[in-house]
Write a protein that binds this ligand. Structure first.
Ligand code: BG6
Length: 255
């Protein structure tokens, strides 16, 4: 029944908190691999959490992906008085337009009467283009806003699925397989022990920047992501994990 379901979820939250050593975990019922609306439920949990933590003039950095797109779908004004700035966390990492951070931040800003900035950066970037592009005044200004974001919201992906979605070259795909990559976040690929096995060169938030950001919110769910979540948390710094019941149960089976 309803009460035992609630009790079950909060016990699960406690187990995940202990396992990943986190201060906050929010779990929604269901499996987002099976039902699309579960992603929207994670989205609602995220919006509810954001409402509690935002302060006037906060800048919020957001990655791409279908999970973040679901957060944008269910976004509502965060409060009556303030407006917030939404920025893409990293330069374009090869996603379809609807799943790109640029699209998602514009949607979030529209729904909250906030503002947004875009990053138009090719990916992957060569070293020389990288140096030129970060010195481009418009890019540089956005990069400063990204680096000083108060909140970061990001997804975690299954490494090989993400690599394929990004039309990664055959040679890199083989490299990722050989190095046993299992998870991906922010354009970094990790093995099951959380070691970085590859990094997509682009501008924006780097993994080491996360320690300076007060509110890092990770959103990822579905049985298929249990292993990826376990792997990412061996390396990544997060304040809150928002996930679903199926991913949480799978996570508890992972080492
Ligand atoms: C991407 C993020 O766009 O979304 C990745 O940049 C993340 O870091 C991915 O792995 C997750 O995608 P989805 O569609 O599973 O939410």
């Amino acid at each position: 029944d309803f009460m035992s379901e609630i009790m079950g979820i909060s016990a699960l939250e406690k187990q995940i908190k202990d396992k990943l050593n986190l201060t906050k975990v929010i779990i929604v019922p269901g499996d987002s691999d099976e039902q699309d609306w579960v992603k929207q439920e994670m989205g609602k949990a995220c919006v509810g959490y954001l409402k509690k933590i935002v302060k006037p003039d906060f800048a919020i950095a957001v990655t791409g992906g279908t999970t973040m797109a679901a957060v944008a779908d269910v976004m509502t004004p965060l409060d009556k008085e303030s407006s917030y700035l939404f920025v893409p966390a990293r330069g374009g990492i090869g996603e379809k337009v609807e799943n790109q951070a640029n699209t998602i931040v514009s949607e979030m800003a529209r729904k909250t009467n906030g503002e947004y900035r875009l990053l138009y950066v090719p990916d992957p970037l060569s070293e020389s283009t990288y140096q030129t592009i970060i010195n481009e005044p418009s890019v540089n200004e956005t990069l400063q806003q990204i680096k000083s974001a108060n909140v970061v919201m990001h997804g975690i992906g299954d490494a090989l699925k993400m690599a394929e979605r990004r039309k990664t070259s055959e040679s890199l795909l083989n490299e990722l397989k050989a190095s046993k990559a299992v998870s991906e976040a922010f354009g970094y690929y990790f093995d099951e022990n959380g070691n970085i096995v590859h990094k997509v060169r682009t501008v924006g938030i780097q993994l080491e920047d996360l320690v300076n950001i007060n509110h890092v919110i990770t959103i990822a769910g579905g049985t298929s992501k249990g292993q990826a979540i376990a792997s990412y948390f061996k390396q990544g710094k997060t304040d809150v994990l928002i996930t679903d019941e199926a991913a949480a149960k799978q996570l508890l089976r992972e080492s």
